[in-house]
Design a protein around this ligand. Structure first.
Ligand SMILES: Cc1cc2nc3c(=O)[nH]c(=O)nc-3n(C[C@H](O)[C@H](O)[C@H](O)COP(=O)(O)O)c2cc1C
Length: 209
């Protein structure tokens, strides 16, 4: 079974909804999925000063385990999800990526599939910039980056060629069916590419024997 790790940060649930749709797509493709939520890194007094933050984080943490180094090693594909933070990755997810230095040093992430999805508040608030900003760490980690292109009818209605997206309008909207369909396609596509990479490696190993 292809193993897909979906690791995301979400504070208000939009990125969480995309993550669940990516998981559904990967499972439809026959993959085993681990869904993990990166934990808070802001100081407790900052979290306490924002109404609802601690409660929302607590509820999501009950639903999803924290990501570990072992999860990344286990996976054949790693899909990152983040709300935008000033046009770039949330520090909570970046902290997880930065914890993968040991695996990177050992070359253990080389050749796994990688992909990314994102949520912003406003229409031109940085979805594509955020997705592309995560292409850089994915390249450094040695992941084979899986974009979406326009390779599914869903792509002509929502999303971006770089990854699934959502515009939450100050957190008043959750992803609609068209945006969830893009995320579902992302899960299917990542699982399909990861499986092809595994098959290719095992064919090469057989040929070398
Ligand atoms: C510190 C901070 C910076 C943000 N920067 C942006 C931004 O640059 N552009 C934007 O459209 N939304 C920005 N947002 C809003 C979130 O990215 C947006 O509400 C997102 O949909 C939340 O996703 P979630 O429901 O998964 O937490 C920012 C939010 C915070 C707290």
């Amino acid at each position: 079974m292809t193993k897909v790790l979906i690791v995301f940060y979400s504070r208000n649930g939009s990125t969480e909804a995309l993550a669940n749709a990516v998981a559904e797509g990967a499972r439809r493709q026959g993959a085993e999925v681990r869904l993990r939520r990166a934990r808070e890194v802001a100081p407790p007094e900052v979290i306490a000063s924002v109404p609802g933050w601690a409660e929302a984080a607590g509820a999501m943490n009950d639903r999803f385990e924290a990501p570990t180094e072992a999860d990344a090693e286990w996976a054949d594909a790693i899909v990152f999800g983040t709300p935008t933070r000033f046009g770039s990755i949330a520090s909570e997810l970046k902290a997880y990526i930065d914890s993968l230095g040991g695996l990177w040093f050992q070359g253990k992430l080389n050749g796994k599939a990688g992909s990314v999805f994102c949520s912003t508040s406003s229409k031109h608030g940085g979805n594509e910039a955020t997705l592309l900003s995560i292409y850089a760490p994915m390249a450094h980690l040695g992941l084979i980056i899986v974009p979406l292109g326009y390779a599914d009818p869903a792509m002509f209605k929502a999303g971006t060629p770089y990854g699934a997206t959502h515009v939450s309008a100050l957190d008043t909207l959750k992803p609609d069916e068209e945006h969830l369909a893009v995320a579902e396609f992302q899960g299917r596509r990542v699982a399909e590419v990861a499986r092809a990479l595994i098959e290719n490696r095992s064919q090469q190993a057989e040929a070398a024997e």
